[in-house]
Each structure stands twice: as C-alpha cells, then as structure tokens.
Design a protein around this ligand. Structure first.
Ligand code: KIV
Ligand code: ZN
Length: 526
C-alpha cells in the first residue's frame, strides 16, 4: 500500500523570512492560489502576531483557499494563539502551529526558563489551541540539538494534550542525513503515543543538507515535510519543495522510497517557481536543481549527442514533467496570436481573450525591437500584464534623461498617482550621480511630498540582469528599499535599462504604499 507524504508549504512564512523578501497581502494570496493549484496539502500563510500586514495576509489567504489546510504560526503563548486563530477563523480547514524551543541552549539563553517550565508551557499552549480547532501542530524548535529524553517527554505530553502533528525542525541546519533519520527513528521508538500523531520535519539548509535530511526523515518515519518553493527561507533557506517532490517521484524504483507519493501536480512546479521568484525578487540560481535556468540545458557536445540519440542518456527528469516548456520554438515578429497563445499554454498560463489581446500587442512591439522573443520574455510580459490587475497607486507617464560624458546627469519624471477619489499627475526634475540616481531622486521628491513622508526610503539593493540571451535582450531590474525597518521590493523589465530601473523603483513604491495602507500607517487620500 502506498503511503502519502503530506506537503506543508511554508514559502509564505519561513520563505518570507528570507532577507529582503517581503510580500504584500495581495501578493501572498496570489502565491497561495498558485500553491493550491500545485496541490500542496497545507499552506503556512504567516505569523499573525508578528505584524498587522502578516495578520491581514493570513486572513486573506484563509478566506480564499478552499482545497488546502491553512496554517498560522504562534509561539506557545495565549496572545499569539488568539491572534493566529482570529486570522484563521474563516478558513475552511484552519491549523494552528504552535512552537517552543526544546534545546538546552535555547532554553537557557533565549527563553531563560527551566525544562519543567518549557514542558508546562508547551502543554498549556496545545490545550489552549485545541479550544479553537482539532487541527493543532506542535514544533520542538531546535529539535536536532535537543536532549532526546527531554524532547521525547515533551512530545508525549503535547500529544496527550491534543497535538495531531509533531514537527521536528533542524532549525539551524546542523544535522547530516544519517543522524537526522536516526533522530526520527528514535522518536518513533521512544514516544509511547507517537502513533496518535503525524511526524513532520522542517529542515534548514545551513550545511546544504535540508533536502537530504528531509528524505532521510521520510525513510525513517516522517510523513509530513515542511518546505518552500525554490528553497527560500531564513539564512541559507529551507528544504526545497520541488526537489523533495521530484525525488519521491523520480525514485519510484528505489526500495526505500517506492511506497511514497505526494499529491503535488508536478507540471505546476516551474510556473510556481517563477511566480515566487518574481514576487519576492529572489532570483533562482541558474544551476538550481529542477527549476534553475540550466537544469535541463546540455552544453557539452558528448551530452548533446547523447540526448539527441536518446534523452534518458543524460536526463533523469523530463522537463515537461515539471512544467518547463521544451524551448525549441522561439517566437519572433512573424509569429501570430495563435502561436503566442499556444506558447502561453505550454508555459502554464491560461489567460482570458482580453488579456491575450493586450499581451499580443506588447509581444508585437517587443518583437519589433528584438529578433527572438524567448520564453523568459513572454513570462515577463504576462507577469507585467497580470500585475496590472494588482492595486497600483503610482504609474509612470513618461521620463526624460539627459546624460553623457562630461554632462551632469539629469532626469525629468512624470507620474500618475491614483487614489480612490481621483487621479493626478506630478512632474519633477533632479540631477544625480548617474541617470538612474537622478530619476530615483525625482520619483522620491514627488512621492515623499504627496504621501507626506519625512524621510526618503533607503535604497538597499539594485540588481540588473539580462533575462534572455543576445545583445538585444531585455534587462530586468530588481530593487529593494528600506523605510521604517520594512523592506519593499520591486521589479521592472524593458529593452531600455533606464526604463527597467524606473519601472522597478515605481513597483517598489507601489508595494510599499500597499503595505502602508494595509497597516494604516499612511492614508492614501489625495
Ligand atoms: O526553523 C524552525 O524551527 C521554525 C519553527 C518555527 C517551525 O521555523
Ligand atoms: Zn524554520
């Protein structure tokens, strides 16, 4: 009999803890809806006590997701659990995920508690959470470095208190596969009532072993895995969802794994990966397994020859199985609407006729500027078009740049700002160290003035890269700025890198303004 491995996706909680990743509630919902299509079992949508934005995001996800369980994180404290449940209360199947550290180092230095106090706090938290729902998960934070006897006692007692899932995190990514698998085996052997709960694992990637440790845990008894899309997460990240799912699917002949399956629709993997990367601004490394740009590219002549003769000589996964389109077909200015539509479907986008028409106009204008339109270009066009459906306060009307050697770079920028009440245009000119700096200063001048901000946001990251190959490739810019300890991210694409830089900065401002409005920090009424 096959056994199911439950996929608990924490992209929106631990993944969002990646440095620089910060999502608006609307963006979190967009990712959650895609995770639902992907077929994950549980979506951890956030940590509601952490901020009003996170609370808002969890409630939005909880209200809209129907096929997956929606989880919210809470420390083992009544106020956290109350807040988690009030964010989750409209979910079809809510899960409260409560945790406390069980390792000596955390207990002594972070919590400053005795072991007895930790045990009592854990049991009380689970009992309290059970008043709201039967679906309670308990995590022993820093489990991999915890004293086994003590941790087993905590697990036994929280199961008696009503926890249905026991999560064993390798919080600091310290384990190696044999050691971590053995830990799971020990828990199964030592905790007398362990059969009343599902064992879950949550591995961090500090030594690059998060996926390997998770697989070892499955072999030794874990039946839920916590993971994130593209492996994003705190520090070196979490176990990558796509790798775990594809290991289980690909190793169906390996005796230790053949009895397991997941309910993930692997054809949605690539699309989900792109969406998460686009919205978080965290670029996927080219050699990343399963979803990296080079994951299915064969460079050496011997390999290419082998693949032409028989794909399996050098390919263990069919790119189409994870939704990577076979990129033999490159579109250009003679390609028609039908070819574009077909390509969009292959790339995993089902768009309405209205949106297809708009994308087609943009596609034609791009094809006039560059010879070949690659998949990356098409994905960028669709994301830009779909992004327009998101709330936008600020839009670019036009910009003019004056720059060159021996010239002081200056920029004139005109923005359209829309509120619920009206639409207004504002124009400013500035000079700077370079044309992008000048344009950013002009934008800041307009927006700080309109939204009454006393200080200018601090630019903390600016990245520019070509999204496809060739001299005429489009440039993609990702920028991050910080305001009041909050990071916002924006992304812009164009064949003109100054335009891409300006679009990215405006999108960063839009994401910032959305968050400020959600948390009531500023009033958007002009
Ligand atoms: O890494 C960790 O220990 C966590 C827990 C809160 C599950 O993220
Ligand atoms: Zn974690």
């Amino acid at each position: 009999m096959k056994e199911k491995i439950f996929i608990f996706d924490t992209t929106l909680r631990d993944g969002e803890q990646s440095p620089g990743a910060s999502l608006t509630p609307q963006q979190k919902l967009e990712i959650a809806l895609q995770l639902e299509r992907l077929g994950v079992d549980i979506i951890e949508a956030g940590f509601p006590i952490a901020s009003s934005g996170d609370f808002e995001a969890v409630s939005l996800v909880a209200k809209n997701i129907k096929k997956c369980q929606v989880a919210a994180l809470a420390r083992a404290k009544k106020e956290d659990i109350d807040t988690a449940y009030s964010a989750l209360k409209f979910a079809k199947n809510p899960r409260i995920h409560t945790f406390i550290a069980t390792s000596d180092i955390h207990i002594k230095y972070k919590l400053r508690m005795t072991k007895e106090e930790v045990l009592e706090t854990a049991v009380d938290a689970v009992k309290y959470a059970r008043k709201f729902t039967d679906n309670v998960e308990f995590s022993c934070e820093d489990a991999a470095r915890s004293n086994l006897d003590f941790m087993c006692k905590v697990i036994e007692e929280v199961i008696k208190a009503g926890a249905k899932v026991i999560n064993i995190p390798d919080t600091v990514g310290y384990s190696i596969p044999e050691e971590f698998g053995n830990l799971i085996k020990q828990i199964k052997n030592r905790v007398p009532n362990i059969d009343k709960a599902i064992i879950s694992v949550h591995c961090h990637n500090d030594l690059g072993l998060a996926v390997a440790n998770s697989i070892s845990a499955i072999i030794n008894g874990a039946r839920q895995v916590e993971c994130t899309i593209n492996g994003i997460g705190e520090r070196a990240g979490n176990a990558s969802l796509e790798e775990i799912v594809m290991i289980i699917k690909t190793k169906q002949r390996y005796p230790m794994l053949q009895k397991f399956y997941t309910d993930v629709n692997t054809k949605e993997i690539y699309h989900t990966s792109r969406l998460v990367s686009n919205l978080t601004g965290i670029v996927v490394q080219p050699n990343k397994a399963i979803v990296g740009r080079n994951a299915f590219r064969h460079e050496s002549g011997i390999h290419q020859d082998g693949v032409i003769k028989k794909r399996q000589t050098y390919e263990i996964i069919k790119p189409q199985d994870v939704g990577v389109p076979s990129s033999e077909l490159v579109l250009g200015k003679h390609s028609g609407r039908h070819a574009l539509e077909k390509r969009l479907v292959e790339l995993g986008y089902k768009v309405s006729k209205k949106i297809l028409d708009r994308i087609f106009v943009k596609f034609k204008s791009l094809a006039d500027k560059k010879k070949y339109v690659f998949d990356e270009d098409i994905i960028a066009l669709v994301n830009e078009e779909l992004g327009k459906g998101r709330q936008q306060f600020v839009e670019l009307n036009y910009f003019h740049i004056n720059s060159g050697s021996g010239v002081l770079p200056t920029a004139t920028v005109e923005l359209k700002i829309r509120s619920k009440l009206k639409i207004m245009t504002f124009r400013e000119a500035e000079f700077g160290d370079g044309p992008v700096d000048a344009a950013y200063k002009a934008i800041d001048k307009i927006l700080c003035n309109v939204f009454n901000l006393k200080t200018v946001p601090k630019l903390v990251d600016y990245q520019l890269k070509a999204i496809s190959s060739g001299k005429d490739a489009q440039g993609e810019v990702i920028v991050r700025f910080e305001y009041d300890h909050e990071i916002s991210t924006g992304r812009g694409i164009s064949t003109d890198i100054i335009e891409a830089s300006i679009k990215a900065y405006i999108s960063c401002w839009n994401n910032f303004l959305i968050k400020q409005e959600v948390t009531n920090k500023i009033k958007i009424s002009l």
